[in-house]
Design a protein around this ligand. Structure first.
Ligand code: CP
Ligand code: NVA
Length: 315
């Protein structure tokens, strides 16, 4: 069975720890002679990785392009609008065409069922570069950043304020629980996490010593948090709901008041792009407790680690 990375719980705790350790080592050895080049074939020719986008991207596009090149490979970045996939060619047919020519498929798309269909038909690893439901590469980068700032993950509390029903909230629940963290989601009642994801995260947390919780009380959620995170209130594909989506989230902004409730040395994260004055105050994201630029850089290292890990398992 080909291993894929479609959601955060595709890595069991020991595997997540292995990938995060690899990410740290790749960061430390970047541009050195020790840096691994697993995407360079035996004849020296780079192997391709397809990086497909059904939605816009800056960080994911750049970090996968740079990362694949740094691993000795060739990134084949394809916008859906310029491909037959965007015109309705079946997902499984696309997988069957790509997997004979590329070493891995990375895809940013809409419904999770689309990437699951791609993975089911692909003999090479498929990596989720964001779906409506999950953003697992981002959470690995976030966890790497927390380790850099705090030294460890297990037992630390991580609070997410904002849209509890979006991809980031779901990935924090699954990825944080896998790392043994205490994940709290503070969101309006109408924007709660998917109950199945919350349940699954709870099962994982029961094994790792972590915990997961949802509350509509933003102040209680932020209380004492070691890591305070948020994300846009209007995700890609929801632009038409912009006006209706702002008011319910106003009490959940990561502002000075929220940061004041967190631990004194709390780290602030945001996957970016950020909307200052909406989900996060300018002085918080640009302030001394913010680690968002390290977080964005760590996308590169974490994704290189995921690719190496998957290529080794599927060799
Ligand atoms: N955080 C993130 O995935 O950014 P992009 O949408 O720019 O890729
Ligand atoms: N929740 C956001 C994340 C962007 C990286 C979105 O899906 O647009």
């Amino acid at each position: 069975m080909t291993r894929h990375f479609l959601r955060d719980d595709d890595l069991i705790p020991a595997e997540q720890a292995e990938v995060l350790a690899l990410a740290a080592s790749l960061k430390a050895t970047r541009h050195t002679a020790e840096a691994p080049v697993p995407l360079r074939a035996a004849n020296g020719v780079p192997r391709a990785v397809a990086v497909l986008f059904d939605k816009p991207s800056t960080r994911t596009r750049v970090s996968f392009s740079v990362g694949v090149a740094e691993l000795g490979g060739y990134p084949l970045v394809i916008d859906a609008t310029t491909s037959q996939l965007g015109r309705g060619e079946p997902v499984a047919d696309t997988a069957r065409v790509l997997d004979r020519q590329v070493a891995a498929i990375v895809w940013r798309t809409f419904g999770q069922e689309r990437i699951e269909e791609m993975a089911a038909a692909s003999r090479v690893p498929v990596v989720n570069a964001l779906t409506d439901e999950f953003h697992p590469c981002q959470i690995l980068a976030d966890l790497q950043t927390v380790i850099e700032r705090k030294g460890s993950l297990a037992g630390r509390s991580m609070t997410y304020l904002g849209d509890g029903a979006n991809n980031m909230a779901h990935s924090y629940l699954l990825g944080g629980a896998t790392a043994g963290m205490h994940v709290r989601i503070g969101s309006p009642e109408a924007f709660q996490p998917d109950p199945d994801v919350l349940k699954r995260a709870g099962e994982i947390a029961a094994e790792t010593g972590g915990s997961v919780a949802w509350t509509a009380d933003a102040a209680a959620a932020a209380d004492g948090a070691d890591v305070l995170v948020t994300d846009t209130w209007v995700s890609m594909g929801q632009e038409g709901e912009y006006d209706a989506r702002i008011a319910p989230f106003l009490p959940y902004a990561v502002d000075d008041a929220a940061l004041g409730r967190a631990a004194d040395d709390a780290v602030v994260l945001h996957c970016l792009p950020a909307y200052r004055g909406k989900e996060i105050a300018a002085d918080v994201i640009d302030g001394p407790q913010s680690a968002v630029w390290d977080e964005a850089e760590n996308r590169l290292h974490a994704q290189k680690a995921v690719l190496i890990w998957l290529l080794e398992r599927n060799a």
